[in-house]
Design a protein around this ligand. Structure first.
Ligand SMILES: [Zn+2]
Length: 88
């Protein structure tokens, strides 16, 4: 099974060009939890850098949004499961 990936937009520190970075969700969650540095990458300058405070906050929000989405899916499954045993 492929590792779940989060796509985030990052701004290149060299030219301010926005690009899409892909990071494993487990890596982001772990780094945010233990306060480890997160490495970001911009393709235009082939450049790696450590995520700033603002970028970490952006990642945190993206992860929180993901969690809401998965709860919503569970809720949907749950409501379907509740309806099915009712038979007349
Ligand atoms: Zn660049």
């Amino acid at each position: 099974m492929p590792e779940p990936i989060l796509k985030i937009s990052v701004t290149c520190p060299h030219c301010a060009l926005e690009s899409l970075a892909e990071l494993p969700i487990a890596l982001i969650a772990n780094a945010l939890l233990i306060g480890k540095a997160i490495r970001l990458y911009s393709r235009c300058h082939n450049h790696y850098w450590t995520a700033t405070f603002a970028e970490r906050e952006q990642l945190r929000k993206s992860l929180a949004a993901l969690r809401i989405e998965s709860y919503a899916n569970h809720a949907q499954v749950f409501s379907v499961a509740c309806e099915s045993p009712v038979s007349f």
